[in-house]
Ligand binder design. Structure first.
Ligand code: SF4
Length: 290
């Protein structure tokens, strides 16, 4: 397989075949993100992608899931995506699901019929990095998208029958706006009712622009206890009527939470409460990772 630079994928794509259809991310200016800072964005030639898929077929006997990398593969036109999805169906008939990262703008530019066409040809899940439900926080981290666009995009994905997995980041607002971050994120989740919510905890690498702000005292990182308090406030205020798989069990999280909303809300909140009362239950900084 041919890969360019570091490869990133959502935790749930750990066992997927990863194929790069783009290099980097079209936006690439979020202050907390260092993932693609070393890459200049470009769309790969579709012929190269098909060659990679052919190559993978010779290596792997059984491929259940395929993830289209890098940052926002969904920025490709439907014509290009369809060529790739049709080739996957031909070469990997056993593949049960294709996934990709997408920005809300990628989604909103597609018509409902185009999304349905992608779903009918194997695209089963789109991962959206929302990060926060607060417009103030989205602006502060240079997310380049509005709260309304995120909500509209997630609803549009789900209306097309594609699963939406939406990621948020604890601690992204620092101590001053943590309450707003928690409450606005909870209200966004309640309004969108995504199939999956992933909650990571802020960890910053030197290549991320916010790193300098932290070093120079302009941004304060939350303590573990503050993160747990913020998460508890968020969870308490999420009100969904249909099943939402909630995961906060990433290597960056201080406490590993896993449950389905709404029924497991109390269980997860009790887990947070226990960790706040007994700090031995909080993951040591040395064991956190991105
Ligand atoms: S967080 Fe997502 S959209 Fe923002 S720069 Fe990183 S990959 Fe691009």
């Amino acid at each position: 397989m041919r890969y360019e630079g570091n490869i990133f994928r959502p935790p749930s794509e750990a066992y997927s075949l990863i194929v790069q259809v783009t290099i980097g991310c079209t936006h690439n200016t979020c202050t907390f993100c260092s993932m693609f800072k070393d890459k200049e964005f470009r769309v790969r030639d579709v012929r190269e992608v098909l060659e990679d898929l052919d190559m993978a077929r010779t290596y792997y006997k059984h491929v259940e899931k395929i993830f289209l990398a890098d940052g926002d593969a969904l920025c490709l036109s439907n014509n290009k995506l369809m060529v790739i999805l049709e080739h996957i169906r031909k070469m990997f008939p056993e593949c049960k699901r294709v996934g990709a990262y997408g920005t809300p703008q990628d989604v909103l530019v597609k018509t409902p019929d185009e999304l349905v066409q992608l779903r009918e040809n194997g695209l089963g899940i789109i991962y959206i990095g929302a990060e926060s439900g607060s417009q103030k926080v989205l602006d502060a981290v240079n997310k380049g998208v509005t709260r309304e666009q995120i909500i509209e995009a997630v609803k549009k994905i789900q209306k097309a029958g594609i699963k939406a997995s939406v990621t948020f980041i604890s601690g992204l607002a620092g101590p001053d706006d943590m309450e707003e971050h928690a409450l606005e994120t909870a209200s966004m989740i309640s309004e969108m009712e995504p199939s999956y919510v992933g909650l990571l905890t802020l960890m910053v690498e030197p290549a991320a622009p916010i790193y300098k702000d932290i070093r120079e005292g302009r941004f304060k990182v939350l303590t573990a206890e503050e993160v747990l308090g913020e998460t508890a406030l968020m969870l308490k205020n999420i009100h969904v009527t249909k099943k939402c798989v909630f995961r906060s069990n990433h290597a960056s999280n201080y406490v590993s939470l896993k449950g389905d909303l709404p029924q497991d809300k109390e269980k997860m909140m009790n887990q947070l409460k226990r960790a706040m009362e007994n700090t031995n239950l909080i993951k040591d900084e040395r064991f956190r990772a991105l």
